[in-house]
Design a protein around this ligand. Sequence first.
Ligand code: ATP
Ligand code: MG
Length: 262
Amino acid sequence: MVTVLTGTEQRTAVEHAVRVSHVSKSFAGPAGRQLVLDDITLDVAPGEFVTLLGASGCGKSTLLSLVAGLDAPTAGRITTNGSPALMFQEHALFPWLTAGKNIELALRLRGVRRSERRGRTEELLELVRLQGAYGKRVHELSGGMRQRVALARALAQDSRVLLMDEPFAALDAITRDVLHDELTRIWEETRLSVLFVTHNVREAVRLAQRVLLLSSRPGRVAREWTVGIPQPRRIEDAPVAELSIEITDVLRGEIRRHGRHS
Ligand SMILES: Nc1ncnc2c1ncn2[C@@H]1O[C@H](COP(=O)(O)OP(=O)(O)OP(=O)(O)O)[C@@H](O)[C@H]1O
Ligand SMILES: [Mg+2]
């Protein structure tokens, strides 16, 4: 069950942005029901940046789609502070619209007045450092620029919670690095709560205040690390590398126990 807090309930529920309580999820398959997520409990505090790390197929996207309300848990309860915004590996922009119009559409859907939309879109383009890209069509933009537009569109929803599913996985390392810096800056400016899914350990440590490691088959919260390294971090910083090695060792153990990392 996904409960979106509204009105007085929202005002009193300040201690968490996302709360996942004893959530399990199973799917029907050819060999019967497959338990993908088993008794997951986690919170994201207001303004907190949490990364969810785990091997391929462990259920990260499934968990994120439950938090987004796209699917319902088999058991347990999820509450979020308002409707979360979502961003995926694929930008999912409308190719027949310009960058600006893609963002304006999100503003229109949440009822922003026409007279305000253009100005707000320009502000969002500036926030993701794409000034001047308003009239550009999606095919004229690089992969990194498309993900910036997708981020601006997610921010246009004015949600307090941002859910990200491997949003930079398809980008080259340098572009990804730049977008890590941008995301950290935007998170600090907006104080959004972020739940960010990745299978890249360094990325998880580079970005997060807290890293949650999911085990595989079924997915459970196996370990949790608080990352005290000050921002802005760089992916090649020694403390980032050190913690990444520690987490990778635990992740390897998880993968060995469960057989594969496809
Ligand atoms: N709608 C569905 N119906 C049946 N099985 C599903 C469904 N969605 C996901 N699964 C199964 O649940 C498991 C977890 O999938 P999920 O996509 O959540 O993994 P993931 O951790 O996001 O992996 P990756 O890192 O590769 O993106 C997989 O075994 C997948 O086949
Ligand atoms: Mg996934």
